[in-house]
Structures are given as structure tokens and as C-alpha cells.
Design a protein. Structure first.
Length: 76
């Protein structure tokens, strides 16, 4: 279950404090210290195809869309 799914379910439970506390106890995703899910794209939030070189921290899809704005040139 992703973090966004976790937030959606909490909104749906909303008014029932007993269910909210039980859901948070058992289903809240634990914070990650390393691995693929610690690096997210700063534009769209994707975790795959991540470019962290030069401090970019964006995915390859957003890099293709925003390369000229970031100051990169296409040579071929």
C-alpha cells in the first residue's frame, strides 16, 4: 500500500475515532531510511527512474520534459 492510499483511507474513515486509531496502529507505512522509496521525484513523486546526479532528484520522465529549463543541451 502506498502512502497516498494510506491517506485516502484515513479520509474515508474520518469520523470514527476507534477505527482510525486501530487503522493507524496496524496500517501506517513505516518511515524508510534507505532503498528505492526514499528517493522521490520533486515534480511528480515517482520513485522509479530517479536521477539524483547534480542534486536534481527528479525522474527521467520529468527530466525529458524540463531539461532545457534546467539548462541542459541536446547535442545529437
Amino acid at each position: 500500500m502506498t502512502t497516498s492510499d494510506h491517506a485516502k483511507v484515513l479520509k474515508q474513515i474520518g469520523n470514527k475515532p476507534g477505527k482510525v486509531s486501530k487503522y493507524e496502529k496496524h496500517n501506517t507505512p513505516k518511515p524508510r531510511k534507505f532503498g528505492e522509496n526514499t528517493k522521490k521525484c520533486s515534480f511528480c513523486g515517482r520513485t522509479g527512474g530517479h536521477i539524483s546526479k547534480y542534486g536534481l532528484s527528479i525522474c527521467r520522465h520529468c527530466f525529458r520534459d524540463n531539461a532545457k529549463q534546467l539548462g541542459f543541451k541536446k547535442y545529437s
